[in-house]
Design a protein around this ligand. Structure first.
Ligand code: IVH
Length: 663
C-alpha cells in the first residue's frame, strides 16, 4: 500500500476506534495499538503536508492558540424552551396539545445542563460548531469542539447536515478540573455548566482537550431533508450517523407515561455521569410541531419540566453582612460546606433582618438551605429542635460593619441601609458597577482588581479610574502587575471614554436608572447638559420615566459631589452625547409579534405599554385570535385570557413583560 492510501486508511480506522472507545464504550483494540497507529499517522502527515485535513484524528490532540471567536448568524434561530415547575403545569401543557391533536405522542428526554451548540457537516465532514449565543448570533468555536472526542469528524452522509445538542462537562471531569484549579490557586468553577462554557470559550484549544467535555445531541435541524419526520426518528437517525444520543429517552402516549419517565429520571439523577436539571417533553410529530409553530422565544410544541429546588441540611456557622452600592445591608449565612444541586455551597442569602428574626436564628443552628440551578442558595428553615446547647444568639448591629455609621431603616421597608455615601464598601461597589460589562465595560477592572486598587489607595472615587496612568511606576512594583498588562488596562480605560452617554448614565448608579431607562433618557435629551439642567417635569415626560425616578435623577445632579464628578469626567474627555439610532428594535423578543394587552396594568398605563411594545417592534392588537402570538395579562384579566389559554397562546404577566422588555 502506498503512503497516501495508508494515511487515509489510518484516519478512517482511528476515527472508528475513537467512536468504539468514547461512544460505544467497547474498544476493539488495546490503547497501545491505538497510540501506535496515531503516531504512524502523525509521521505520515508530517511527510505529506499537502494532505492536511483539519478533521484528521491527529488534529484533535494538537493544541492551538486562537485569536478570538468569529460571530456567526444562525441560519435558523436557536430557540430556548419555556419552563414548567410542577405536575399540574406540565399536565396543562400536554392537555393543550391533546386538545389540538387527539393522537399526539410525546418524546421525553433528559434536560442536560450545559450549553447549546450547533454542529455543521458538509460532504460528510465536520465544518463548523457555533454556540447558541443570543439565539440569533452565536460564536464559532469549531476548534475547541474538535477536541471533544465523542463528536464525529466524519459522518456517513454527504449532504449538508446540521444537528444541535448540549455540550457539557461530566461530573468526573468537573471534579478533576476544580481540584487542579485549586492546586494552581486559580478561581474554582461554580458548577459543571460554567466550567463547560468557560472551556468552550478558551482561546487555547489544549485546555478544552484536557478538560474532557462531552456532547449529547437532541435536535436534527434539517432532518426532514433525510426523511426524518419525528423527534423519535431524529434521535435514532442521529445515533446512526455516529453522534452521542443519550439512550434514556422515551416515546409516551399518556400523561402517566410522561410522569413515570420524570420520576424515574429523578431517581437516577444523582448517579448520572452528568448534571441534568429537568426533563424536556417534545411533541413527537414534526408535522404537528409545524402546525403549532413558535412564539417570540419558545417553540409551542416543547416544554422543559424543571426539577424542584434541592434542599439540604447544614450548620449556620456565622452571619456576614455585605454593604451594597446603594448602602443596602444584606445578611449572608456562612455555612458548613455541603453539596446541593451539583455545587458545593458554603454561603447563602438571608435576605434581611426580618428573615433572621422570623426564623429566630442562632449561630450554630442546624438549617435547611435550598438551591435551584442558577438561583443563589437561600436559608429556608431553621431546626431549633436540633439545638445542643452550643448555640449563640445573633445580635443585629446598630452600625455599618464597614464604616461604622449608624444604620437606618426607612419606614415600612425591610432593608437596612448604611447612609454614608463615602462608606468604603459603597464606594468600591459603585466603582465595580461603573466598570462592569453592562456599564462602561472596562476590561481588566473586575471586582477583585477594583477592590485591590481601592485597598492599596489607588482608587477612592470614580474619577481616579482615569488617573491610574499617573501611578504606573508604583503599580508595576507590585507582584502580579506587568508592563504589558498595565498598557492593556490603560487602553481599555481610554476606550471607555468613548462609550455613549446612556452607558455613562447607567454607570453612575443613579437610583431608578437601569440600563433601559438610561438609554431612553440619553436618546430623549441627546447630551449630558440637557439632562443636568432638566426639570422633574421634563424628565418625567420621557416615556417610562416615572415621577420617583425623575425626582431621583433631578436630585442626583444637584448634589455637590455628583456635580464635581460629572464636571471632572467632562474635563477628562468622556463622551457625553448619544447618537440616536432607529427607535424600533428588530432584535427584541417582541419583534414581529402580534401582542394583545388585557387586564389592569400596575406599572404603566395601557397606552405606555402599547408604545413600549411598538418601540420593540411588536404590533399591538385589540382582540385575541389564532394569529395572536402573545397575551400580556395584568390584574383581573377576564375573557381574553381565557380565550388565549384555550388557543394555547402564551401568556405573560406584567412583571415578565417588563423583564423581557428590559425595563
Ligand atoms: S430542545 C427548539 N432538548 O435547554 C428547542 N434542549 O432551557 C431546542 N437543553 O437551549 C431545545 N437538554 O440548551 C432541548 N433534551 C433537550 C435539552 C435541551 C438541554 C437545553 C438547551 C436549551 C435549553 C432551554
Amino acid at each position: 500500500m502506498d503512503e497516501i492510501s495508508r494515511l487515509e486508511e489510518l484516519r478512517k480506522r482511528l476515527e472508528r476506534y475513537a467512536r468504539e472507545y468514547y461512544i460505544d464504550d467497547r474498544p476493539s483494540v488495546p490503547d497501545s495499538e491505538y497510540d501506535r497507529l496515531m503516531e504512524e499517522l502523525s509521521d505520515l502527515e508530517a511527510k505529506h503536508p499537502e494532505l492536511y485535513d483539519p478533521n484528521s484524528p491527529t488534529q484533535r490532540i494538537i493544541g492551538k492558540v486562537l485569536d478570538g471567536f468569529e460571530k456567526v448568524t444562525h441560519a435558523q434561530r436557536m430557540l430556548s424552551l419555556d419552563d414548567v415547575f410542577n405536575k399540574e403545569e406540565l399536565h396543562a401543557f400536554c392537555d393543550r396539545i391533546w386538545k389540538e391533536f387527539e393522537n399526539a405522542e410525546f418524546v421525553c428526554e433528559c434536560k442536560f445542563d450545559g450549553l447549546a451548540m450547533a454542529l455543521m457537516y458538509e460532504n460528510g465532514k465536520f465544518t463548523r460548531a457555533v454556540t447558541r449565543g443570543d439565539g440569533t448570533v452565536g460564536e464559532d468555536v469549531t476548534e475547541n469542539v474538535r477536541t471533544i472526542p465523542t463528536i464525529p469528524m466524519t459522518i456517513d452522509q454527504t449532504g449538508p447536515v446540521e444537528v444541535r445538542g448540549e455540550v457539557l462537562m461530566p461530573k468526573a471531569s468537573f471534579e478533576r478540573v476544580n481540584a487542579l484549579q485549586e492546586e494552581l490557586h486559580l478561581p474554582l468553577f461554580a458548577n459543571p455548566r460554567n466550567a463547560a462554557a468557560g472551556t468552550i470559550r478558551n482561546l487555547d484549544t489544549g485546555v478544552a482537550r484536557k478538560r474532557r467535555l462531552d456532547m449529547y445531541l437532541y435536535y436534527f435541524q434539517n432532518g426532514e431533508d433525510y426523511g426524518v419526520h419525528s423527534q423519535a426518528e431524529a434521535l435514532t437517525a442521529m445515533k446512526e450517523l455516529g453522534f452521542s444520543v443519550y439512550p434514556h429517552w422515551k416515546k409516551c402516549h399518556t400523561f402517566d407515561e410522561i410522569w413515570d419517565f420524570i420520576e424515574d429520571i429523578g431517581r437516577q439523577r444523582e448517579s448520572l455521569p452528568f448534571e441534568i436539571d429537568g426533563v424536556v417533553v417534545k411533541l413527537n410529530s414534526f408535522a404537528q410541531q409545524h402546525e403549532l409553530g413558535v412564539t417570540a422565544k419558545y417553540p409551542r410544541y416543547s416544554i422543559a419540566y424543571k426539577f424542584p429546588a434541592q434542599e439540604v441540611e447544614t450548620v449556620l456557622l456565622g452571619i456576614d453582612l455585605t454593604v451594597g452600592r446603594t448602602g443596602k445591608i444584606t445578611p449572608n449565612a456562612v455555612l458548613e460546606p455541603v453539596r446541593v444541586a451539583g455545587t458545593k455551597v458554603s454561603a447563602a442569602t438571608l435576605h434581611n433582618r426580618d428573615r433572621i428574626e422570623q426564623y429566630n436564628l442562632m449561630i450554630n443552628d442546624r438549617v435547611i438551605i435550598r438551591k435551584a440551578g442558577d438561583i443563589i442558595p437561600e436559608v429556608v428553615k431553621a431546626l431549633p429542635e436540633k439545638r445542643d446547647g452550643t448555640q449563640i444568639p445573633y445580635v443585629w448591629p446598630e452600625n455599618c460593619p464597614v464604616c461604622g455609621s449608624k444604620l437606618v431603616r426607612l419606614e415600612g421597608e425591610a432593608d437596612y441601609f448604611c447612609p454614608n455615601p463615602n462608606c468604603p464598601a459603597r464606594v468600591v461597589r459603585s466603582m465595580i458597577h461603573f466598570c462592569s460589562r453592562e456599564a462602561m465595560d472596562i476590561d481588566g477592572l473586575g471586582e477583585k482588581k477594583v477592590q485591590w486598587l481601592h485597598d492599596h489607595g489607588f482608587l477612592s472615587t470614580i474619577e481616579d479610574i482615569y488617573h491610574l496612568d499617573l501611578h504606573k511606576e508604583e503599580l508595576l512594583s507590585f507582584k502580579g502587575w506587568s508592563e504589558k498588562g498595565f498598557t492593556k488596562l490603560l487602553a481599555a480605560i481610554e476606550e471607555s471614554k468613548k462609550q455613549p452617554l446612556s452607558r455613562l448614565l447607567f454607570a453612575l448608579g443613579i437610583e431608578g436608572v437601569g440600563s433601559k431607562a438610561a438609554k431612553l433618557l440619553a436618546e430623549a435629551f441627546g447630551n449630558m447638559e440637557a439632562i443636568e439642567s432638566a426639570s422633574t417635569e421634563q424628565l418625567s415626560a420621557v416615556y417610562l420615566i416615572g415621577g420617583i425616578s425623575a425626582q431621583s435623577i433631578y436630585s442626583f445632579f444637584r448634589q455637590e459631589e455628583n456635580k464635581k464628578l460629572v464636571s471632572a469626567l467632562r474635563e477628562l474627555g468622556l463622551n457625553l452625547t448619544e447618537e440616536v439610532t432607529a427607535s424600533v428594535q428588530s432584535d427584541s423578543p417582541f419583534s414581529g409579534k402580534t401582542v394583545v394587552l388585557t387586564g389592569t396594568l400596575t406599572q404603566m398605563t395601557r397606552s405606555k405599554a402599547k408604545e413600549l411594545l411598538e418601540s420593540l417592534g411588536a404590533t399591538v392588537s385589540g382582540s385575541v385570535s389564532k394569529k395572536t402570538d402573545l397575551l400580556i395579562a395584568g390584574e383581573h384579566a377576564g375573557s381574553k385570557l381565557a380565550k388565549a389559554e384555550s388557543l394555547g397562546i402564551p401568556v405573560m404577566s406584567e412583571a415578565q413583560f417588563l423583564e423581557e422588555a428590559g425595563v
